[in-house]
Design a protein around this ligand. Structure first.
Ligand code: G6P
Length: 317
């Protein structure tokens, strides 16, 4: 997908490459071997690998690489809306826009990125963009990789408008899983959810943990800040920690919908699961000059490490 070029790069610890369409990608690498790759198209994380070089995010083999369209997989930023509830494009425009690298970002609190390799991206509206969504904003996205290979995304959205505006945001994360039937999500038990398959009707989760045997498309509400995705076959658990993002989208298209999607292989629904930290139910409102911060941190650990530790993290003991 990407190859190295000799682009001018004021941050030598980052490698800047171009994909087959000439879209710049930034590679983050830490000494023990974990890595991540971020595309300037959409500010999308398109790869996250552990220290053994194993890919942890799903990308479809039928993904379409264009200069104006989000790739099916990775972590896409849905902003300023989720779904297609207004005249804006599905899931908002941010994921289809070209972001830039911000070489001089305003500082984050000191503990934010200590000992991490990171890149800061910036999205601002063009004149044309203001015709579709008439609000001036600065969207800063820091993608960082810790020395242990944990991936973090911190968003800062500032209102530089004369008037208030509000938005929804989702980190649309496709986890790579061994087999969807072997996967369960822990941490969302007893949460209410809106079912996208039933006109967003509201239900309460009843089960012990969420498992999958048909299409699921839900927005869980007021969710805990730590949720885990357990993959029994791979004996691997993803721990999702989030801040400022009360909701969580859970999506698997299953067989029939997968077959209707041009950029997803017919059987690929088995190898993917979207669990996406979000703020949807109550849009975030910003007055002029205000800034909102939201964060996502992903860790992949062997399931054996998890059993006790996870109970503790999820607050079940
Ligand atoms: O195909 P996309 O526009 O990327 O949307 C993919 C999926 O995103 C979310 O998870 C929604 O809840 C689904 O309803 C939607 O099908």
């Amino acid at each position: 997908m990407g190859h190295s070029t000799s682009l001018w790069n004021p941050m030598p610890e980052l490698e800047i490459m171009k994909d087959c369409n000439g879209v710049e990608q930034v590679a983050l690498r830490v000494p023990r071997g974990a890595s991540a790759r971020v595309s300037l198209l959409g500010g999308q994380v398109i790869s996250w690998r552990n220290e053994r070089g194993e890919e942890l995010l799903f990308t479809s083999i039928k993904a379409i690489f264009k200069t104006t369209k989000v790739v099916r997989g990775g972590i896409a930023i849905c902003f300023p809306q989720f779904g297609n509830c207004s005249a804006l494009e599905q899931h908002g425009f941010a994921r289809n826009k070209m972001w830039s690298i911000d070489y001089d970002p305003p500082p984050l609190p000191p503990n934010g990125s200590n000992g991490k390799v990171f890149v800061d991206l910036l999205l601002k509206p063009s004149e044309d963009d203001l015709k579709c969504w008439p609000h001036c904003y600065e969207f800063r996205l820091r993608v960082s990789l810790s020395m242990d290979g944990d991936l973090a995304l911190i968003s800062r959205i500032r209102n530089i408008n004369g008037k208030p505006f509000s938005f929804s945001i989702v980190y649309h994360t496709y986890f790579s899983v061994s087999d969807i039937s072997e996967v369960r999500i822990e941490g969302l038990e007893t949460c209410d959810y809106l079912d996208n398959l039933c006109q967003r009707e509201r239900y309460t989760e009843q089960g012990d943990a969420i498992t999958f045997e048909s299409e699921v498309d839900r927005i869980y509400l007021s969710t805990p800040n730590v949720v885990a995705v357990l993959d029994h076959e791979k004996k691997q658990t993803f721990v999702i920690r989030k801040g400022g993002l009360p909701d969580m989208v859970v999506w698997n298209p299953w067989e029939k919908k997968a077959k209707s999607m041009a950029d997803l292989g017919d059987d690929e629904y088995k190898q993917m699961l979207c669990v996406a930290a979000a703020a949807i139910e109550r849009p975030i409102s910003l007055k002029p000059g205000e800034e909102w911060t939201g964060s996502l941190e992903l860790t992949a650990v062997p399931s054996s490490y998890c059993s006790d530790h996870l109970d503790h993290l999820l607050g079940t003991t």
